[in-house]
Write a protein of this length. Structure first.
Lengths: 183, 370
């Protein structure tokens, strides 16, 4: 009897306090800074192209094989506005298969992929969970806006910095052919 | 006039599960009942079998951690820790001290979260609807903290072979301290609400009793064994990580009934809180990852490492053939081994108590079936 009364008292005390829950579709709990949502691809603003070179490391290391990627020659490398010889042509992530482990981010040495804050999977299309390059880059832009992300290794991966470094290393004398090795 | 034979009864088979809310997953028990009494019980498992051990043979060491997250899915960090410790032992790598402290803090917080969930669901098993609300409230805070540290609420992939993924975020210690104060209050609240409630006592006292010798012979471990009066705790008996530097008690029960098994977990919650506080006091700055190659490639050999999970003694037997993928991963899951004690506990109990007994073992089917 005493135990029951004590239980009722505890419940009654909580009647007067604010609820700790949020009503989901209307209210969204903010995510933490390190939150790992679906992977997104990031855009190199200095060259207006993705960081991703399609090197396939993330594709190979993914424990669930949820990604596929294809590279092609970078046209911007030919005209000298980027240091990336190869660039991603197609990239697809099946978000239904993704287990949000973050291994792709760990293995990427081009700062190209990052776990974004996106975590809502529902879509109206049957293949809505298959994120293609456009969607992934769009998600990446949204992630950069909300998190203020910057590349961890800009002098290597950011086209502006890498090209400037290259120009500084070979001053005024445009070496023919041999210079491409350092790209 | 009828003969006595006409009134004789036969035992009835009663199927419970796999889709039964009180089995905490997809677990099936076939009860043989004589009236209201359980004569025998046959557990059927395997409904959640994903072949994690076999899958691990085809994945690199770093990827196997993601599979261990999904074994006991309410104490993920404890599972990650045990696999990483096994791989480290095989490679002869010692994680830096700060990494060990972070791991211990996370593991203890995860134990706290797991026990809070147990207390809540156990009350639900017995018909008390309120405690789970409080249990979930506190657990949610812990998971929010995990999110700020690891980036995920449940499937962290944070503990790595040789350390942890990254250092704790700024403001970690004060945040954990505030959380611990809240959690301690929350546990005390549930404790006050449930532990000595008359109805709860009537449902759990003297139910599902198992004495120390038979508990040991069944292979019970963890709080369920300690409730029977055996002070066996891997953290104390085979210390790992920074547990030797912490002072804590191992709560031991007397009767080995459902109430004791429940109360051991409540007491462990308080111990975990105190352990995390000590860790925060002792922790110093430093690196969080050992110097090692990026891709783990242990030398040929085999190792068995065990540790204390919220549910009991988890063990990993790891065989390496010198490649970057394990040759064999065998898990000794505490929930699965604890299920052996189900039959001796349940024999002679009432059908209504079957749920109370199963609930008191605190099984997680992800770990039972693997």
């Amino acid at each position: 009897m005493i135990g029951t009364m004590r239980g009722l008292l505890t419940t009654a005390r909580w009647l007067l306090r604010r609820p700790v829950t949020a009503h989901y579709p209307e209210q969204h709990m903010p995510v933490q800074e390190r939150y790992m949502g679906f992977p997104a691809l990031l855009t190199d603003d200095t060259a207006d192209e993705p960081f991703c070179t399609g090197c396939m490391v993330c594709v190979r290391e993914c424990p669930t094989q949820c990604m596929s990627a294809q590279m092609h020659d970078n046209p911007k490398f030919a005209d000298g506005s980027s240091h990336r010889r190869k660039i991603i042509e197609e990239f697809e992530i099946n978000l239904n298969r993704c287990i949000l482990c973050g291994i792709c981010v760990d293995v990427c040495s081009f700062d190209a992929i990052e776990m974004s804050y996106e975590h809502e999977l529902a879509s109206y299309a049957r293949a809505g969970a298959r994120a293609d390059l456009t969607l992934l880059l769009e998600q990446g832009k949204r992630y950069v806006e909300t998190s203020g992300w910057t590349p961890a290794n800009p002098e290597k991966n950011s086209a502006g910095a890498a090209l400037a470094k290259k120009a500084a290393a070979a001053p005024a004398a445009p070496a023919s052919g041999g210079n491409e090795e350092s790209a | 006039m009828r003969t006595q034979a006409a009134y004789e009864t036969v035992d009835m088979m009663l199927n419970m599960g796999p889709q039964h809310p009180a089995t905490h997953g997809v677990f099936r028990m076939v009860l043989t009942v004589d009236g209201e009494r359980v004569v025998d019980v046959t557990p059927h498992i395997g409904y959640l079998h994903r072949g994690s051990e076999k899958l691990a043979e085809h994945e690199s060491y770093g990827q196997v951690v993601t599979l261990f997250d999904r074994l006991d899915y309410v104490s993920n960090l404890n599972n990650e820790l045990i696999f990483c410790r096994a791989a480290e032992r095989l490679m002869g790598v010692e994680p830096p001290e700060r990494a060990q402290y972070i791991r211990t803090i996370l593991a203890e917080l995860n134990r706290l979260a797991s026990h809070l969930l147990f207390i809540g669901t156990y009350a639900i098993d017995l018909g008390g609807m309120t405690p789970i609300m409080y249990g979930f409230r506190e657990r949610e805070r812990i998971q929010n903290l995990f999110e700020s540290v690891t980036g995920a609420r449940m499937m962290h992939n944070f503990i790595r072979i040789g350390g942890v993924k990254e250092d704790a975020p700024p403001g970690f210690a004060p945040r954990v301290r505030a959380l611990l104060d809240d959690a301690e209050r929350g546990v005390a609240e549930i404790d006050r609400l449930l532990t000595f409630n008359e109805v709860f006592l009537a449902r759990t006292r003297g139910v599902g009793v198992i004495d120390a010798p038979s508990a040991l012979s069944c292979g019970l471990t963890g709080p369920s064994l300690r409730a029977s009066g055996v002070a066996y705790d891997v953290r104390k008996d085979y210390p790992y990580e920074v547990y030797p530097y912490l002072s804590y008690k191992v709560p031991v029960g007397e009767n080995g009934d459902c109430w004791d098994r429940y109360y051991m977990r409540v007491l462990e919650c308080y111990e975990s809180v105190s352990m995390v506080r000590q860790c925060l006091d002792q922790m110093e700055d430093g690196p969080v990852m050992a110097q090692m190659r990026r891709i783990a490639r242990p030398p040929k050999g085999e190792v068995y490492v065990h540790g204390e999970n919220p549910r009991g003694d988890i063990g990993v037997f790891l065989v390496s053939d010198g490649t970057d993928k394990p040759y064999r991963v065998k898990v000794r899951p505490p929930s699965f081994c604890n299920l052996v004690a189900l039959r001796p506990m349940m024999r002679g109990a009432y059908i209504a108590d079957a749920v109370a007994i199963l609930g008191s073992l605190d099984i997680v089917l992800g770990e039972v079936d693997r």
